[in-house]
Design a protein around this ligand. Sequence first.
Ligand code: GUN
Ligand code: ZN
Length: 439
Amino acid sequence: MSRRAFRASILHFLQDPSELPHARARESYAYFEDGLLVVENGLVSDVGDYAEHAPQLGDTPVVDYRGKLLVPGFIDCHVHYPQTGMIGSYGEELLSWLDTYTYPAERAFADPEHARTVADLFLSELLRNGTTTALVFASVHACSAEALFERALALNMRLITGKVLMDRNAPDYLTDTPQSAYTESKRLIEQWHGRGRLGYAVTPRFAGSSSPEQLRVAKRLLDEHPSCWLHTHVAENRSEVAWIEQLYASECAPGTSYLGVYEHFGLLTQRSVFAHGVQLADDDFELVAKRRSAIAFCPTSNLFLGSGLFRYRKAKEVDIKLGLATDVGGGTSFSQLQSLNEAYKIVKLQGDKLSALEAFFLATLGSAEALELDGKIGSFRDGNEADFVVLDPQATPLLRFRMENTRDLEERLFVFMTLGDDRAIEATYVAGERVHARA
Ligand code: GUN
Ligand code: ZN
């Protein structure tokens, strides 16, 4: 048996702070200024005050991170690994951005060697940024999903991906068919879903690039494998919405919304994650909530591609499960601290505020709930998998100087999310093992 302990300031959430009146927000989390996290065989076995737990430590080795803040590993609820090499591509909105930059970049993932090289770089970027779990788009090529599964398995990461389904409105070199989508997804599910900490997501790119027949295949795969996820895009950009609604006008009832198209095909499940949702109407929001599906909020991407301002508060009001996502390469940073920085501004531009507590909940337990993984990750509950990040409040001269000028935990968290990025990640642990240490 392996047993180790970590001494640091420790924070994790017990519930959504936005569900509590502001005066009782303190009840949403546990914080130990001088804390101890005990890990046994990769699982959390104890968390609390150092002084209280130290006497029971015996000869358990203790890693000393005093002066640092230890939080559950960040979770990225929507990201594209084949887009790692085209992040920050200039000038276009969604549909022309896909044609100009995205599809050509994904073409190269027909080559398994290229896929493995980028998978390695991608996973090391996640870990350098403190992200320990992600829901990831591969490319249309089965070997691209295999490459990422292989590498994530070697790191023992909890990671979900899937081969992309796309059989129309895309270059020939990047399309499959309903039949090949079915056969290849099925094979990948049988091979990878539930192996180590891996999971499979049935991944139709978006309604625009899948035929009705292929969306029916997606539904069939989910029916046959109900513990798999459904991962797709919805209502990101105005021209996209207009196009999709027209594309499905004959297949679906008149006036069917973009989200309604997925509902028509039975794709709104408790394990469905829809990226963006920037353009969703109120009744769409209500339907997402009713089906217990999740939305991945992608702040840096929504700003970078000019897609719009996600209605965060409205989504919270109707009780939608919300996850935080980078959406690299539409997003411009692998850092969830930077996603939160931009999320704050998106909410602010709508006359509201995203508190630091809400923000850190969103990046950890909130995202775990969005992925239906809160029984395993996202907090330091006893028996959870010990994925965590060590944040350094003195990572840069400015962070150090600014942190001296903070009065409480909430202010320190807010400074981490406005000024922090990969430099603030001192170390990242997966199942109790260190997988990244800042140079
Ligand atoms: N919609 C369909 N494909 C994509 C993609 O690759 N990125 C984003 N941001 N939106 C999409
Ligand atoms: Zn995306």
